[in-house]
Design a protein around this ligand. Structure first.
Ligand code: LMR
Length: 422
């Protein structure tokens, strides 16, 4: 039958063949622009000399230039020439994963000593979340995931593509521009026992609003009562306070309460390794035997997707964290980045207040991490872009990492112009 069809097609000449092949992708429409990375594309296409990009969460120095940390340069110098191009194991660099676990779980973690954590290197934080979502689908196929409102836009894509149904829980309170703690706790209590929740460990993206230590304790307690599972996305360890230990507090509280958490880590921001795609997914297990089983399944999920993760970025991380002097330098540099951002928050708020803005701007300095959730409407954002060549996401999120002493006045003035009439 197949042969007959083929000879008919050939006899009918090239036209028939080209019609049948051209039809393959006729139904494919252009994908919508990514709400975050699409902003960078628009920024790059703008020829204006006064343009400003406060869209993507990528750190810039005070001249608006991308930064390669000194500890990274030094690690690259040390590994140059010694790097071979062999495959890493499916679970990635064992040394990098070991060092990464210490950051999240603590240098002296009993869980690490008892080998109760299943962990693999991932393609940054996105890859870690996606691997977890696929794991969730495979081993808890009827479960759903609770995601905060709002959250990083890509979280929705990740669990959608893993075919895990999504529910939401209250997080942000637009009026106070802070945490809607009471509604969040209600949602935790009302979710079916044993639900999966996605939590931002620190420097919540996009709001910059984190629970206090006391609030984390209460959240952990309620999770215990309901038997919920927490996956922490920790993309900004070090960026909230300048101290990676302090920024791991939420996780440590959950661990003290005996939760078997999952954790997605990334070195994009805190080591500036954006394009290297280095991260880690870890899951606390009941014992070593279970951790071995879980790790083997994570590896089996990775194998048909990308086989094994890339080596270069992982080697940079393990070189830095494995050397006390380089680690010290890294800690100093993370603090330097966090402090510059904190300084820009103060400058932006002061500029707006000095312009006589009638609106309250305390939240700029109260929120933490890379982002300020300004409260501007999509229409006000459109005006910023169209009239002032300032690029940001339409939810009003400002990447404070793109604010500099050179552009803060211009930015404040433009924000004042588009917000002063309400
Ligand atoms: C952001 O939120 O801007 C960053 O996490 C970059 C990204 O991939 O979206």
């Amino acid at each position: 039958m197949a042969l007959l069809l083929r000879s008919r097609l050939l006899k009918s000449g090239g036209a028939a063949r080209s019609i049948s092949t051209a039809a393959w992708w006729r139904h494919v429409e252009p994908a919508p622009k990514d709400p975050i990375l699409g902003v960078t594309e628009a920024f790059l296409a703008d020829a204006s000399p006064s343009k400003v990009n406060v869209g993507v969460g990528a750190y810039r120095d005070d001249n608006g230039k991308p930064v390669v940390l000194d500890c990274v340069r030094e690690a690259e110098r040390r590994i140059a020439g010694s790097l071979n191009m062999e495959y890493l194991p499916m679970g990635g660099s064992i040394k990098m994963v070991e060092e990464t676990l210490k950051l999240a779980y603590g240098e002296n973690s009993e869980l690490i000593k008892d080998r109760r954590i299943a962990a693999v290197q991932t393609l940054s934080g996105t890859g870690a979340c996606r691997l977890f979502a696929d794991f969730q689908k495979r081993f808890s196929p009827d479960s759903q995931v609770y995601i905060p409102v709002p959250t990083w836009a890509n979280h929705h894509n990740i669990w959608r593509d893993a075919n895990v149904p999504q529910r939401t829980f209250h997080y942000y309170h637009p009026e106070s521009r802070g945490l809607d703690f009471a509604s969040m706790i209600d949602d935790i209590k009302n979710a079916p026992s044993g639900s999966f929740f996605l939590l931002h460990a620190c420097a919540h993206n996009p709001t910059g609003v984190d629970p206090s230590e006391e609030q984390w304790k209460e959240i952990s307690y309620q999770f215990k009562v309901k038997g919920h599972f927490a996956l922490f996305d920790m993309a900004y360890q070090g960026f909230a306070s300048g101290d990676p230990e302090r920024d791991a507090k939420s996780i440590r509280i959950f661990l003290e309460d005996g939760h078997m958490i999952g954790c997605a880590q990334s070195y994009a921001k805190n080591m500036g390794l954006y394009g290297q795609r280095v991260g880690c997914l870890s899951m606390v297990c009941e014992d070593e035997k279970q951790a071995v089983a879980v790790k083997s399944q994570l590896q089996q999920l990775a194998r048909p997707m990308y086989s094994n993760p890339p080596v270069h970025g992982a080697l940079i991380v393990s070189t830095i964290l494995g050397d006390p002097d380089l680690k010290k330098l890294w800690l100093k540099e993370v603090k330097g980045m966090a402090d510059r951002i904190i300084g820009m928050r103060t400058a932006l708020r002061e500029n707006l207040e000095n312009l006589g803005s009638p609106l309250p701007w305390e939240h700029i300095t109260k929120q933490i991490g890379m982002f300020c959730y300004s409260g501007m409407t999509p229409e006000q954002v459109d005006r910023l872009t169209n009239e002032f060549h300032i690029y940001l996401t339409r939810n009003g999120r400002i990447s404070m990492a793109g604010v500099t002493t050179g552009n803060v006045g211009y930015l404040a003035n433009a924000i004042h112009e588009v917000t002063k009439s309400g």
